[in-house]
Design a protein around this ligand. Structure first.
Ligand code: FAD
Length: 760
């Protein structure tokens, strides 16, 4: 969050983490632009590098060898990473429409989303073929095909439709891998038949004759049946038909033909070519919207026709980054000049490759090693990061982008000495605009709330009920304000659920870094939209709040809940009984994972997994625990598992045993602590090790540090009678707490000894 120290004056939003945008991110990491916030919106945290994809399919590389970690790269670039799908644009308002979350404002948008398969034109292809594009979804489809083939008994036929470099390379890679897999399983690799269909008269039609000959020979030697001049016109379950009328049986049909632009682009009003790709000038700028740029497969240059290849997408990165900066500074844009001929290194599946450039062609195992060296060097650019350039100081912010007079005043004000007290409130107009579209749920219990704002809210407590109060507040630990808002609300609600209460109303307290009014407004809108969504889902009405300026983005809530006035059904920490089983509803490890994230040491999918967990509500979990006779409960937060467990054993007058191997862990948590990366709160939590009876015996255990790991929006730690534990766990898992686990038990207090014992 360091870059929040500068007021944001301009937003560049990168849509899609394709081959161009990874280069753009690296460019801005090395040359940050003062006051310019970069946001990457992408459907996935990891994006495949197309050059190594066939090698991955062939089994020569692992997942992380061929995928760029976008979340980590964005973190390195000081950019916001938003995992979401863009589904439209409101260009007049300069907003991107996102699936299942609020629209995102931009000053400049750049689109690098690859291509989408055009299977609609061929009946049955949509339902029965496996499209290779978009390539970022191919991994799941490939792993599924692999699993089906492993389970398939007897002969099997795989048909590949498309005879370009992609289709041929993929056919040979799949064949190599699947034959090896069958051999490993003691099955006959010759039971696998490959068919390749192409509408052209020859394979690799855009390459020279020598390359075509080489591949024709390789395909023949490998027993691949090639059908040229054979456009596929229909696909049905287990077979396909070519134009000439013949049907061919095929257990799997893999679709590697021409692709088009994403369907949502058609409704944006952007000028598109006949295949639905965005028409751009030679500066990679949309021909009918100067605020929109495009690169990679999705861009269609008016001045030149380019092959849809990753190599062009990669080369577009530098001119695209420069032009985004120049466009903000209102400087003339520079043309991108694609190379006339380019070197393609096309592999044959068996660590052998053919080089093709213009009329040139050569081949060998050394060509594959050369390609491997080039590809690995390329990937290192996005995984091994040099020291980041010094950040520009806040005063230079207004110089990078051209501002209106009013914006320049706001930017100057944002870096000037700011007032405290009520002078630090966020302006009324910003506040009312940002909150205008929030829609808290309605409750008759709210007599005065946001629907009729006053100095304070008034909420009725129903007869026979008592009120539960709690408050939580913390600063943002991720760059995505919407997800941060969701987690802050979920975290605050955790105490209510842990008490066995139902939430009723909440007031919010937020701080936002000063900046241009529309940027502050957008930040507040995104954050509160996330928070209100979570509060609404919990049945909790947002009734008011306070927003002030602060050096960092932060959000918290005072939440009120209701319980029976008799306190029946209330879950307290002090209810543990000897013989009870300890259950934990969610995995632990958020502290170490986000400490690692801040140091660029956590994989994007680990971070995304932890965020998903933090957004999971404890509401249903609490109900399940109560229904199974839970005797005590608390929610895991800053003091970590051990700290919260001791808070339960002490008032209960019992001891507890914890099984380290049974602890559910978030993906990557153990790897992070193994690297010695722990949260800054860990040191303080570690003081509690004195409560461990056999601490010495387990201090070197790889899971030991996680006992002290502070949790954000953690799960519920509860005790249930042993007889109910199995059914309770089943019910928790069925309710979506997939990692819920029995992690120990409660035993009678033994004299003065330390109360917690560890087990393997
Ligand atoms: C088997 C195969 C092998 C290939 N081998 C090579 C090769 O060796 N060399 C070569 O030059 N080319 C190769 N290609 C072609 C290459 O894959 C494409 O040209 C290249 O991937 C295009 O890159 P891109 O940057 O345009 O988009 P992509 O790499 O497809 O990236 C698009 C990104 O956008 C994201 N995204 C998509 N839609 C949205 C949305 N709506 N909202 C948010 N994010 C979104 C995706 O998650 C993804 O991260 C190969 C193709 C295939 C099929």
């Amino acid at each position: 969050m360091q870059r929040d120290q500068q007021p944001v004056v301009r937003d560049i939003v990168l849509v899609g983490g394709g081959h161009s945008h990874v280069g753009v991110l690296r460019h801005f990491a090395m040359r940050p632009m003062p006051g310019v916030r970069i946001t990457l919106v992408c459907t996935d945290a990891h994006t495949p590098y197309s050059g190594m994809l066939p090698g991955y399919v062939a089994g020569h590389y692992g997942y992380d060898d061929v995928h760029i970690d976008l979340s980590r790269l964005a973190q390195f670039a000081g950019a916001r990473f938003i995992r979401a799908e863009v589904i439209g644009m409101e260009r007049a308002e300069r907003r991107l429409v996102l699936l299942d979350r609020p629209a995102l404002s931009y000053d400049l948008a750049s689109i690098n989303i690859g291509s989408t398969p055009q299977v609609d034109a061929v009946p049955g292809a949509d339902a029965h073929a496996i499209p290779v594009k978009p390539i970022y979804r191919f991994n799941q489809r490939w792993l599924a095909l692999l699993a089906r083939m492993q389970a398939h008994a007897g002969p099997a036929t795989i048909a590949v439709v498309g005879g370009g470099a992609g289709g041929v390379e993929l056919t040979l890679a799949m064949q190599h891998r699947l034959r090896a897999t069958l051999r490993e399983h003691g099955r006959d690799p010759d039971a696998l038949v490959f068919l390749l269909f192409t509408a052209d008269a020859v394979v690799l039609p855009t390459h020279n004759a020598a390359v075509q000959r080489r591949f024709t020979d390789v395909l023949r030697q490998r027993g691949v049946q090639v059908h040229v001049d054979a456009p596929v016109q229909e696909v049905a379950a287990g077979r396909l038909r070519i134009q000439q009328g013949a049907w061919f049986d095929a257990d799997e049909v893999v679709w590697v033909t021409q692709a088009g632009g994403a369907a949502w682009l058609r409704d944006t009003g952007l000028a598109l070519d006949e295949r639905g790709f965005i028409r751009v000038n030679d500066a990679l700028q949309s021909v009918n919207d100067p605020r929109v740029f495009a690169a990679g497969d999705v861009a269609s240059m008016d001045t030149r026709s380019l092959e849809k290849a990753g190599v062009f997408a990669v080369r577009m990165a530098a001119p695209l980054a420069r032009n985004l900066g120049r466009a903000l500074a209102q400087q003339p844009l520079q043309p991108y000049r694609p190379q006339r001929s380019w070197l393609a290194l096309i592999s044959t599946g068996d660590r052998y490759a053919v080089a093709s450039r213009g009329r040139l062609s050569f081949a060998g195992a050394w060509v594959w090693r050369w390609k491997d060296w080039i590809d690995r060097r390329f990937m290192r650019r996005f995984s091994e990061f040099p020291l980041v350039a010094a950040l520009p100081d806040a005063a230079s912010v207004a110089q990078g982008a051209v501002l209106t007079q009013e914006e320049a005043l706001q930017a100057a004000s944002a870096v000037a000495m700011r007032c405290g007290g009520c002078g630090a409130k966020v302006g009324a107009s910003v506040l009312s605009r940002a909150l205008a579209n929030l829609a808290p749920i309605h409750s008759d219990a709210v007599l005065i709330g946001l629907h009729a704002p006053d100095d304070a809210a008034i909420v009725r407590v129903p007869p026979g009920k008592a009120m539960v109060h709690t408050v939580d507040f913390f600063r943002a630990f991720i760059e995505d304000p919407y997800v941060f808002g969701q987690i802050a609300a979920n975290h605050a609600l955790g105490d209510i659920f842990a008490m066995g209460a139902e939430p009723q109303s909440a007031t919010a307290i937020a701080t936002l870094p000063p900046g241009l009014e529309d940027k502050v407004e957008d930040l507040l809108r995104q954050m509160m939209a996330g928070a209100v969504e979570v509060l609404n889902a919990a049945g909790c009405v947002l009734v008011g709040g306070h927003t002030g300026e602060g050096s960092e983005l932060a959000l918290g809530f005072a939440v009120n809940g209701l319980v029976e006035a008799s306190l029946q059904g209330v879950l307290r920490k002090g209810g543990l009984r000897a013989g009870d089983v300890l259950l934990l509803t969610k995995p632990i490890g958020t502290g170490t994972l986000f400490a690692a994230h801040a140091r660029l040491a956590a994989r994007g999918r680990w971070v995304q997994g932890a965020l998903d967990g933090m957004r999971q509500s404890n509401q249903v979990g609490a109900r399940v625990l109560i229904a199974h006779g839970a005797t005590a409960c608390t929610d895991l937060t800053g003091f970590g598992l051990l700290g919260h467990l001791v808070e339960m054993t002490r008032p209960s007058g019992v001891d507890a045993r914890l099984s380290l191997s049974a602890l559910p862990l978030l993906d990557g948590a153990q790897e992070c602590v193994a690297q010695g990366i722990v949260s800054s709160l860990q040191t303080s939590n570690l003081r509690l090790r004195r409560v461990l009876h056999n601490q010495q015996a387990y201090a070197a255990h790889p899971r030991y540090p996680l006992l002290f790991d502070p949790q954000t929006a953690g799960g519920l730690l509860a005790s249930v009678p042993a007889a109910q534990a199995g059914a309770c766990l089943d019910a928790l898992r069925a309710a979506g707490y997939a990692d819920a686990a029995a992690i120990g038990d409660v035993v009678a207090r033994v004299g003065e000894q330390a109360p917690i014992s560890l087990l393997d």
